[in-house]
Design a protein around this ligand. Structure first.
Ligand code: ABU
Length: 366
C-alpha cells in the first residue's frame, strides 16, 4: 500500500492535489453569515439561484486547463463528485434553501501531515459540501494505511452562532475597518467555526486568520487538538472583509512571504518572522480594478497562487504584475488562465487542496 497523503506546508514539491469543479454551483440565499460577505454595492446582493450555465461551463474549462498544466508536470489530480447543490437542506437546528458548490476545496479540506480534516464552516449553505470529497477520502483511506480521515466537530449553526444584523445596509467601509481592527466579526464564540482557507500551515507552526469565517474558539480547539504544534492567531486590520488568508499572506518558499499591501500583518505579529530572518514582501498590485461578475472575492486573488515547489509557481495568466514580481523574486512562473473560475470561489490556491507534497514537518521558527 502506498503513501497517498502527506503535506506540511504550501511550498514543498506538489505531487498530488484536488482541483474543484463548478458543476451545479449556486449563488446561495442570504443567511446570517453570508450577507456580510457580499459587498453592499455588489450585483449579487439580494439574488440567489443556480449560476448561469455558460459561466459554469467556462469555469470548468478554466479548472480543466489547470488540471492539464498540473498533469503535464507529473502531478496527480483528483476531482470531487459534485452534488445537486440546489437542494434545500436541514438539520435539527436550521433549514437553508440551497447549498453552494464544490469550489473551492481549500475552504473545506485541511491537510496536516497524513491527515485530511473536513472543516467546520460557518455558512449554513456549506454544511454538506464535504460530501463531494467523501469518495476521494474513502479512496485514500483504502489505499493509504496511514491516512487519517477526520471531521472537525460539526457546528450547530443555530441563531446563537451569529451576531444578527451585524452589518446593516448603510455601514461604511470605514466602519467595517473599525470592526476588523476591533476583531469584531459576524460569528459568536458559542462553538468552533472555521474555513480551512483561514489556516496557513508552516510545519510546526499553524497561523490562523481571525475574521468573518473563523473564530477564536476554533483556534483554542486547534491548540488542544494539535498540542505538538504552535497555533498563532493572526489578523489583518486593513481588510474590510477578512475571509481566508490566501489572498493576504502567502508563503512562496521557506524565508519568503508576500503580504497584501492593504492588509499588512501588524508589527507585533511580524516579530516571529523577522526573528527567524523571513522576508515579508509587499505583493504586486492586481492587474484588474474589479473582480469578474458575480464574484465573492476581491481583486487580490492576483496573489492567490499555487506554489509547485520552492522555485516554481502557477500565477493567473492576466496577473502580469504579480507574474513579474514572482519572476524577480526568483520563481519560475507558469501562467494559467483561471479568472473565469474566480466567481465560483477563488483563485489558484483556493481551487485546490493539497494531498501530497514531498517533505516533512520542520520547525521554521525555532
Ligand atoms: N477566498 C479568498 C478570498 C480573499 C479575498 O477576497 O481577498
Amino acid at each position: 500500500m502506498a503513501k497517498i497523503v502527506n503535506s506540511w506546508n504550501d511550498w514543498d514539491p506538489l505531487k498530488r492535489v484536488i482541483v474543484g469543479r463548478c458543476d451545479n454551483s449556486m449563488i446561495p440565499p442570504e443567511e446570517p453569515a453570508t450577507s456580510e460577505k457580499v459587498p453592499v454595492d455588489s450585483e449579487m446582493r439580494g439574488m440567489w439561484g443556480l449560476r448561469p450555465a455558460k459561466t459554469v461551463e467556462r469555469g470548468n474549462e478554466c479548472l480543466d486547463n489547470l488540471v492539464k498544466i498540473l498533469e503535464d508536470r507529473g502531478v496527480v489530480v483528483d476531482r470531487p463528485t459534485p452534488l445537486q447543490w440546489n437542494q434545500a437542506i436541514g438539520t435539527p437546528d436550521f433549514r437553508n434553501d440551497s447549498m453552494m458548490t464544490c469550489m473551492p476545496p481549500r475552504d473545506i479540506l485541511l491537510t496536516v501531515g497524513n491527515e485530511i480534516m473536513a472543516s467546520a464552516n460557518s455558512f449554513r449553505c456549506r454544511y454538506f459540501e464535504y460530501l463531494a470529497y467523501w469518495p476521494l477520502m474513502k479512496q485514500y483511506f483504502d489505499e493509504d494505511p496511514d491516512f487519517l480521515w477526520t471531521q472537525a466537530p460539526r457546528p450547530r449553526l443555530t441563531d446563537a452562532s451569529y451576531k444578527h444584523n451585524y452589518y446593516d445596509e448603510k455601514i461604511t467601509l470605514e466602519e467595517r475597518l473599525v470592526r476588523t481592527a476591533n476583531k469584531d466579526f459576524v460569528t459568536t464564540e458559542v462553538e468552533p467555526m472555521w474555513d480551512a482557507a483561514d489556516l496557513m500551515r508552516m510545519g510546526k507552526d499553524i497561523f490562523i486568520q481571525h475574521g468573518l469565517t473563523t473564530n477564536r474558539t476554533a483556534m483554542d480547539w486547534f491548540q488542544r487538538y494539535y498540542p505538538e504544534y504552535r497555533i498563532h492567531a493572526v489578523n489583518f486590520p486593513g481588510d474590510p472583509y477578512p475571509i481566508h488568508i490566501d489572498a493576504t499572506f502567502v508563503p512562496l518558499r521557506p524565508g519568503l512571504i508576500i503580504n497584501n499591501p492593504h492588509r499588512k500583518l501588524p508589527e507585533e505579529q511580524r516579530a516571529i518572522f523577522e526573528a527567524n530572518d523571513w522576508q515579508i514582501v509587499e505583493a504586486a498590485q492586481p492587474a484588474h480594478d474589479e473582480p469578474p461578475a458575480l464574484c465573492y472575492s476581491s481583486v487580490w486573488l492576483s496573489m492567490n497562487c499555487l506554489v509547485l515547489d520552492p522555485k516554481t509557481v502557477i500565477v493567473e495568466a492576466s496577473e502580469v504584475y504579480q507574474q513579474e514580481q514572482m519572476d524577480k523574486l526568483g520563481m519560475n512562473v507558469i501562467p494559467c488562465d483561471l479568472r473565469d473560475a474566480y466567481p465560483f470561489g477563488g483563485g489558484l490556491h483556493c481551487s485546490t487542496a493539497d494531498v501530497y507534497r514531498e517533505g516533512e514537518c520542520l520547525d521554521y521558527f525555532p
